[in-house]
Design a protein around this ligand. Structure first.
Ligand code: ARG
Length: 286
């Protein structure tokens, strides 16, 4: 038996899925009519029906895994609302609202906050520009926070104070990976920093941030540029099942070797807007 087999067996035995609750937004009004990231090409046609069908597969994947999925209605004229990860950042029933960088998405902030309020969340209006779980990732007990393209670093201090947790600022340097959730995948988002692990793309970070990641997560999965370039890192893990982009075959292999169960879905139509699995999913931590 090779070392990897042993490692896999040990890992598989210890990986347990925990049921989650997610918020999603069906892409009924999805299109690419403006350009706020390098992925978006407004002159290129999009197929809304195809986006809905692909999104539906993701929705059903979560249901089949035993997760709960809640839905927010899309709003005509807000084509990016399907990327619900950007709608806020929620821990312990406290919903920190989003305040979007670009005017095209600004109306989404209040739309999501209204939804949180109606569902009984303790909504906190943001004082600084931030794009929710696109840039704030809960890893164990720690919040990793991205800046460079969207969320302002001042929002990181706001989040630290609001949730009373350690917030680690990470600077993104490649415009293709403009949100933290395009450059880092949270694999074990359980409580306790000991169990926490991530996968990431080193070149997406400045040297100081990279040193922090190397120091904190020595066992992290380092993904290839190829897998990252189709937003393979933009994935959702329940501690065992990891829903990823179907085309990220290298990442799929790496996950399997570590005892995870990768599940590929095709969201190619939503990739035209610069988003993948994680972007379409906001975790509701009540
Ligand atoms: N078109 C959207 C934007 O540029 C995509 C957002 C992707 N969301 C994410 N969590 N990475 O804002």
């Amino acid at each position: 038996m090779t070392n990897i087999d042993t490692a896999t067996q040990v890992a598989s035995a210890t990986r347990t899925p925990t049921p989650r609750t997610y918020l999603m937004c069906r892409p009924d009004y999805f299109t690419v009519s403006y350009k706020i990231n390098p992925w978006m090409e407004p002159t290129k046609p999009t197929d809304t029906a195809r986006a809905v069908a692909q999104w539906q597969t993701l929705y059903e994947t979560y249901i089949d895994l035993g997760h709960t999925v809640e839905l927010i209605d899309g709003v005509e004229g807000l084509p990016d609302m399907v990327y619900s990860a950007n709608g806020g950042f929620i821990i312990d029933n406290i919903a920190y609202g989003a305040s979007f960088t670009y005017p095209e998405r600004q109306a989404e902030g209040p739309a999501y906050m209204d939804w949180f309020r109606e569902r009984g969340f303790d909504v906190r209006e943001p004082a600084n520009i931030n794009e929710g779980e696109g840039d704030f990732l809960l890893v164990g007990d720690t919040i990793l926070a991205g800046t460079g393209f969207r969320s302002e670093s001042r929002s990181h201090s706001e989040v630290a104070e609001l949730f009373g947790r350690e917030v680690v600022t990470l600077s993104l340097v490649n415009p293709n990976f403009y949100h933290l959730d395009t450059a880092i995948a949270v694999l074990d988002p359980l409580t306790g920093d000991e169990n926490a692990n991530i996968a990431y793309l080193p070149s997406a970070f400045d040297s100081k941030s990279l040193a922090i990641l190397q120091d904190r997560y020595p066992d992290a999965i380092i993904v290839s540029e190829e897998d990252a370039s189709i937003l393979g890192l933009n994935s959702i893990s329940d501690g065992y099942n990891v829903v990823i982009a179907a085309r990220a075959t290298g990442f799929e292999r790496q996950l399997r070797e570590r005892g995870y169960n990768p599940i590929g879905v095709d969201l190619s139509e939503l990739l035209l807007g610069g988003g993948g699995v994680k972007c379409c999913t906001l975790e509701l931590r009540r």
